[in-house]
Design a protein around this ligand. Structure first.
Ligand code: NAD
Ligand code: GLY
Length: 377
């Protein structure tokens, strides 16, 4: 069965399409489950988009799935150009965007054309930003290939690149026309990347969806895709996407509520940038940030100690880090927090849980509490 989740927005709503990993009525094996990637062209055709498409990926992802995506688009009548950008967070730069503009120009992309992001959050954020700015905005379709991108970055329209002094400092809101999830592509995803995506899934459990949290707790293992039952994968995808869709539909441009999606990201971003975006990946940094934020909430009397312990047990069960990487200086973290996009009037904003499934946003966290919590990690 395919789940369709609507992101309802005033200007243009769109669908997140999530087929189950394996339809319960089918007897075919997981490896042979029908793949929605092969229906990309059909899905896009139904949106009545212009015929020119630029498919953007990276060499690894393109090698796995590029030809299938192109075949599907071509058979639906699209005229497809494709390009790859080098992999990794360090290439999430304006330089890469310039390359996309050059290719868009070469291929004469028009206002009605579409950029398709086939990749993880790095490709998704860059393709979205290029689409937001080329000809003042053309269509973008997100085909996420990491768990993190499926449950988070492909949805909600935040696009952008890093500045040498800070992550995602340059960007635009640009909503996709469609998010097409193919759970089968997760089979080639490295274990570390699967775990990184699980950090965002745990995030939704803590801030929004207590039932999802309980389902994760009930699973014996969460550290590798192959140990997670296919119905739980479907639950993880649908409930996480629903959580993100709910929040974005209520607050598209982060005027208020959407800020709760930054749970774990305040300290997480600082750790990511202080380790040069190499030592820890985004999901690992978010895991560390959630452990820190959970403890801050306890210190401030907002959250029960037992609930932090339940959160941290989930993080651990997923194989994600719960401690600061060695060598990261606590004062450097405090300083880096000031550069965060979430700083307002010099005050650092934290998202803090108050019960499992509910969170609040505050800028009243004394630096001494942050220091004390970080020293304990
Ligand atoms: P990523 O895009 O760097 O992908 C991780 C690695 O997995 C890459 O090496 C990639 O080549 C590889 N890969 C991707 N899919 C694969 C597959 N199916 N099989 C094999 N290998 C595959 O990392 P990510 O975790 O997806 O994204 C992180 C980025 O997302 C960060 O830049 C972060 O800032 C951004 N992000 C954005 C938002 C948003 O709302 N826009 C939200 C969260 C994170
Ligand atoms: N990942 C945070 C947001 O989309 O708002």
């Amino acid at each position: 069965m395919t789940s369709v989740i609507n992101v309802n927005l005033p200007e243009q709503s769109y669908e997140i399409v999530i087929p189950s990993v394996l339809d319960a009525t089918q007897t075919v094996s997981y490896a042979k489950a029908p793949s929605s990637l092969d229906q990309l062209g059909q899905h896009m055709d139904s949106l009545k988009l212009g015929k020119k498409v630029l498919l953007v990926s990276n060499p690894t992802i393109f090698k796995h799935f590029g030809e299938r995506a192109i075949a599907s688009l071509t058979s639906a009548g699209f005229e497809v150009a494709s390009c790859t950008l080098p992999p990794g967070e360090r290439y999430k730069t304006l330089n890469s965007i310039q390359k996309l503009y050059d290719i868009a120009l070469e291929n004469r992309l028009e206002r009605s054309s579409t950029m398709v992001a086939l990749g993880g959050g790095v490709i998704g954020d860059m393709t979205g930003f290029a689409a937001a700015t080329w000809l003042r905005g053309i269509n973008v379709v997100q085909v996420p290939t990491t768990l993190l991108a499926m449950v988070d970055s492909a949805i909600g329209g935040k696009t952008g690149v890093n500045h040498p002094h800070g992550k995602n400092l340059i960007g635009a809101f640009h909503q996709p026309r469609l998010v097409l999830i193919d759970p089968n592509v997760l089979k080639t995803l490295p274990m570390r990347e699967f775990r990184a995506g699980m950090a965002e899934v745990i995030k939704y459990g803590v801030i929004w969806d207590a039932e999802l949290f309980a389902k994760l707790e009930a699973s014996k293992r969460l550290d590798q895709l192959r140990y997670v039952k296919s119905d739980l994968i479907h639950t993880i995808l649908t409930r996480s996407c629903q959580a993100k869709a709910d929040v974005v539909s209520k607050d598209e441009k982060e005027g208020g509520l959407r800020a709760i999606l930054n749970y774990g990201h305040t300290i997480g971003h600082a750790v990511e940038s202080l380790t040069g975006y190499r030592l820890v990946n985004h999901g690992e940094a978010v895991a560390i940030g959630m452990v820190a934020a959970g403890q801050i909430a306890v210190e401030l009397g907002l959250w029960q100690k037992e609930d932090t312990e339940r959160q941290n047990a989930l993080v651990q069960k997923t194989g994600l880090p719960t401690q600061l990487p060695t060598g990261v200086d606590i004062e450097a973290i405090i300083e880096a927090l000031q550069l965060d996009k979430k700083v307002q009037a010099g005050k650092v904003r934290f998202v803090l849980p108050t019960e499992i499934g509910v969170a609040t946003v505050t800028d009243e966290v004394p630096s001494d509490i942050i220091r004390q919590v970080l020293r304990g990690m």
